[in-house]
Ligand binder design. Structure first.
Ligand SMILES: [Zn+2]
Length: 227
């Protein structure tokens, strides 16, 4: 049984149990699962030979994965089926790739496109030479109209719940120009900022980020996408 079938069976099993338990009030149970039926592909940025941004021995690739795993849990609690481009420390470059970075990204694009998911979310951390800057933000490509709406919804909660003062920003990065399904890149904070770096390493803050992004996605589906 492949992973997709396994996940779908586990998901159906879980829903059946839930509906049996809540038989008298099954409508209520479904209301608690606003992402029921949605499949979401998470892409923890970098990995393997590519550490992303670094501060001393703290590597972006590790924190991206930890945050993505917390986000996976939060999305699944709301009924979504979640896939990850990686759940270990690895990249997808091949020996023969002229550009290892491009090879890695093109294989992530293929994974996300072929899965036919409803949405993808790339998880990254920011860095800037001036350590003053902090705050989470969302980047989107205008390959479709939904990306900006999704970015806006997530940004609303990053401002409200994480007190970010940053804004959504268009991006023309290779990966995001080439994925047709709705999705965005979330920069969860600055590794170059002392206090934000401390928070980003804490499991409780990583979980909070997961909850906040999930709220934005629920709001996106409730307000702007009824399909
Ligand atoms: Zn990055």
């Amino acid at each position: 049984m492949n992973l997709l079938k396994y996940k779908i069976w586990m998901f159906l099993f879980f829903i059946t149990i839930l509906l049996l338990v809540n038989k008298a009030d099954s409508h209520y149970a479904v209301l608690q699962l606003p992402l029921l039926g949605k499949t979401i592909y998470l892409d923890p940025g970098h990995g393997g030979r590519d550490p992303g941004t670094i501060y001393n021995n703290i590597k972006e690739k590790d924190l991206n994965l930890e945050i993505s795993l917390q986000l996976q849990q939060e999305l699944e609690k709301k009924g979504a089926i979640v896939f990850l481009t990686r759940d270990v420390d690895r990249d997808y470059s091949h020996k023969e790739d002229k550009s290892k970075k491009r090879g890695d990204l093109s294989r992530r694009i293929d994974m996300i496109e072929k899965a036919n998911s409803d949405m993808y979310l790339s998880i990254h951390l920011n860095w800037y030479k001036n350590s003053y800057y902090s705050g989470a933000e969302v980047l989107y490509n205008d390959i479709n109209d939904k990306n900006k709406i999704l970015a806006d919804n997530i940004m609303t909660y990053l401002k409200k719940d994480l007190k970010s003062t940053r804004h959504i920003t268009p991006t023309n990065l290779y990966m995001y120009q080439n994925i047709k399904i709705p999705g965005v890149l979330i920069e969860c904070g600055f590794l170059s900022n002392d206090s934000e770096r401390n928070k980003l390493q804490q499991k409780s803050y990583q979980k909070k980020i997961g909850k906040v992004i999930t709220k934005g996605i629920i709001a996106y589906y409730q307000q702007h996408d009824t399909t």
